[in-house]
Design a protein around this ligand. Structure first.
Ligand SMILES: Nc1ncnc2c1ncn2[C@@H]1O[C@H](COP(=O)(O)OP(=O)(O)OP(=O)(O)O)[C@@H](O)[C@H]1O
Length: 522
């Protein structure tokens, strides 16, 4: 899938250099066109926001609910699990380690909450919730029709047995749904010792026992006991004295359970639907109409409006832990990762941003008032003058046009960036298109707060600060770092945590994390 920033239309005319790069300006290599928009980024549409250890999306549940679909998807899912485990595992482990190191209780698990990924996740969850309802509805329909037919054919005892069978299927389905809900990299369907799973597979046996119990209550225990015989043909189980109830219950149980794989088959074997569509009569017509409506819906939503992803690699963490070093190394290794161009009101070495454009204070305010700046703050310049710095939201898109935008910022700035209404911006700027920001958030830190302080102490002393001045700064840094780490652990925004004790290893870890800008782990 491609992100064509070439087609970006910026809504506000006041956006100076950030105004719409038109199709023609894209094809020309005008230097004023800061979009580099001829470079359409090749991206895979994906949902990386969800490192969720939970395995609850509709697509995955679809596989788990139907045996044929499960077999068909087995290989793919194994890959997904291993990828999910890699990410979720590393995040959780790191978060736990950091929590231990800092004495903070970790509630951090995963995904970024700021982007459109949650919307997609919600859609999948909705799809899954629909499937859950559908399976229960299928069982209810089979129960209603089956008990009526069985009742007419074999009497009320058999009908009651059928209803009991359906009740057990309902329990089976609820257990199955609970099982699927709790699937995670650490709890795969291959774990046969899961108590709920064992209970689920023992349900038919429990059904027979319950029928026996019911029979003993109806007949009276003594009569029921007298009737217990081990005579094949006369009393099939030796417990249940009413074969019609037993057979109907098992029939109800089997039929309703069958609806699961049948629904899976119908979905995964279009030729079955095609065959049925050829059948004259209302069923064929109904199926044809349903298919036509589905394909029209698909055309309008998927083909005409593919999801265009804007990948952003957000690298943040406490001061002095090596964010900039790692981000720069990544950009040097891989040209797909680009830093955005910030706007500043004065040139200064203290701005801390590499790419910046000088604009006037008035222009800065205009951008800020138009809501075009994803983040803005003030810095002290070389001559102690106040400098305004801002990151135009459009600059993030433009940097991502080469592949992915790398944002190396401190935690408060990261927080502001994550809170920026990106989706509203995309909806306004790209009407009729589905554009999503995919933030891969990486927390760069050290294993303990003391290590963080030591790294900063070395840096401050290397800058020539006296011990007293360094101590003063370190005190402020400790307070800030503590609050930053607490935010990282509790916000659930971070996909990866990297402890930058060893630069080479940390670089390799950042490489692995950065890969998710272009890959779909699910
Ligand atoms: N793995 C490492 N081991 C030792 N020193 C490192 C390591 N990584 C970076 N450094 C050093 O730590 C210092 C701070 O690095 P860097 O500027 O990249 O950190 P930062 O997190 O971006 O800091 P800031 O938040 O102040 O911008 C630099 O002097 C850098 O050389």
């Amino acid at each position: 899938m491609e992100v064509r920033l070439a087609a970006v239309r910026w809504p506000s005319a006041s956006h100076r250099a950030y105004t719409t790069p038109t199709a023609s300006s894209c094809s020309s290599s005008s230097s004023s066109s800061r979009g580099s928009c001829s470079a359409a980024a090749r991206l895979e549409s994906a949902h990386v926001g969800a490192t969720s250890a939970h395995y609850t999306t509709g697509r995955r549940a679809l596989s788990a609910l139907g045996l044929p679909a499960l077999l068909a998807n087995l290989r793919r899912r194994r890959i997904r699990w291993s990828q999910g485990a890699e990410r979720a595992g590393s995040t959780c482990l790191c978060a736990t380690a950091e929590a231990r190191a800092t004495g903070t209780k970790s509630t951090a698990r995963r995904p970024s909450t700021n982007t459109a990924a949650p919307v997609r996740r919600a859609m999948r969850a909705e799809e899954y919730a629909k499937m859950k309802r559908q399976s229960l509805l299928d069982a209810a329909i089979v129960g209603a029709i089956g008990s009526l037919l069985v009742g007419l054919n074999s009497g009320p005892t058999a009908a009651a047995g059928f209803v009991v069978g359906i009740a057990f299927v309902t329990v089976y389905l609820l257990l199955l749904q609970r099982d699927v809900d709790s699937l995670s990299p650490g709890n795969t369907p291959f774990d046969l010792l899961n108590p709920l799973r064992i209970l689920r597979f023992l349900l038919p046996l429990i059904l027979v026992l319950v029928l026996g119990l019911q029979s003993s209550f109806t007949l009276g225990f003594d009569t029921w006991l007298d009737g217990l015989r081990w005579e094949p043909g006369a009393n099939f189980t030796g417990f249940v004295t009413s074969p019609p109830a037993l057979f109907s219950a098992l029939l109800g149980y089997s039929l309703a359970t069958l609806t699961l794989p049948l629904r899976g088959l119908a979905d995964s074997a279009p030729e079955v639907r095609t065959l049925v569509k050829a059948v004259p009569g209302s069923l064929g017509v109904a199926l044809r109409l349903t298919d036509e409506a589905d394909s029209r819906k698909g055309e309008s939503s998927e083909e005409n409006h593919p999801v265009e992803v804007v990948p952003v690699l957000l690298v943040t963490g406490p001061r002095g832990c090596g964010k900039t070093t790692l981000a720069n190394q990544l950009r040097q290794r891989d040209a797909r990762f680009q830093a955005p161009e910030w706007v500043v009101t004065a040139q200064s070495s203290s701005t801390g941003v590499e790419r910046k454009e000088l604009i006037s204070g008035t222009e800065f305010e205009t951008l800020a008032e138009a809501g075009s700046l994803a983040v803005r703050y003030k810095r002290c310049g070389d001559d102690l003058e106040q400098i305004d710095l801002g990151l135009p939201a459009m600059a993030v898109l433009q940097a991502a046009a080469a592949g992915a935008c790398v944002l190396d910022v401190d935690p408060p700035t990261a927080r502001t960036l994550l809170g920026y209404p990106w989706q509203t911006l995309f909806n306004d700027a790209f009407p009729g298109r589905k554009v999503e920001l995919r933030v891969i958030a990486v927390w760069v830190s050290l294993k303990t707060l003391d290590n963080v302080m030591e790294r900063n102490r070395v840096r401050l002393e290397a800058q020539g600060l006296s011990t007293a001045a360094a101590q003063k700064q370190l005190k402020l840094l400790r307070t800030q770092a503590t609050s930053d780490i607490e935010w990282a652990l509790t916000s659930g925004n971070f996909d990866f945590t990297i402890f930058n004790e060893d630069e080479e290893a940390a670089s390799a870890e950042l490489d692995r994390a950065a890969r998710y800008c272009f890959e779909d782990p699910f």
